[in-house]
Write a protein that binds this ligand. Sequence first.
Ligand code: ATP
Ligand code: MG
Length: 253
Amino acid sequence: MPEPMAGALVVGTEILTGRTVDTNTRLLIATLLERGIRLDRWVVVPDSRVAIGRELVRMIDDGLDIVIVSGGMGPTHDDITVESVAAALGREHATSLDSLARLKAKWVSRSAGAHMPPGATSGMEKMSMVVDGFTTIENPAGAVEGQVGTEGRTRIAILPGVPREYRAIMEDPAFLDLLPDSGGRTYEMDEMVFRGRESQIAQVLRTLQEEHPEVYIGSYPQGPMEVVIRVTGDRSSTPSVMAELRRRVANGP
Ligand code: ATP
Ligand code: MG
């Protein structure tokens, strides 16, 4: 079974200006790796229809199994993710009456019986917009619901950017069920520390990587005389390659 590939499409000018650090995608990666799905790319774009559409279409055209789009689902003028995804897929988007009803009910329960201010409805209608053919995932941590659908062979999820809402929807079975099946694969990462210079182990690492293309061997210098060597791969291969790595680093190639 081929290794499923994912793309993260993070929407937010505030991330590109360095105001917000993208912590959501780290969480996503952990979930993907546990399930044997590899993150092929992690793209951050501004709140721009053109940029969102261009990157989404590229990920679909490249045959990614799943694309996770996040951020820009709120009520304000700069929240354009849902309409941009719809436009890129050549689909309509419309207010989901079910989502709208849930949103209104949440509002009422949180505002202790206060009347909804005039104008609030248009924001709520916007936040309840769903791409044609997509289904919603309830958001227990906030207002805007997630939504999932498919285009060709690519599954697409759209999640709100607020971290606790992103997490809540990502943990929902409806999101986890969308993830492609990797046939039981699961990634493991293991590491060792080598006290010395990278140049002393470069040959060992190159040879071992050539012999084991099924894992990824990375070398990360931490200081002048300390290198972390990390092996990432399926749990069926990682431990044995790691053991061999330790032996060769101690004894030479
Ligand atoms: P809202 O309904 O609040 O507008 P949204 O889905 O439109 O939600 P954004 O407007 O993109 O999401 O961001 C909402 C909040 O979440 C902001 O404070 C933003 O900085 C934060 N945020 C967005 N994306 C990320 C991310 N990838 N990692 C961490 N924080 C994020
Ligand atoms: Mg927003």
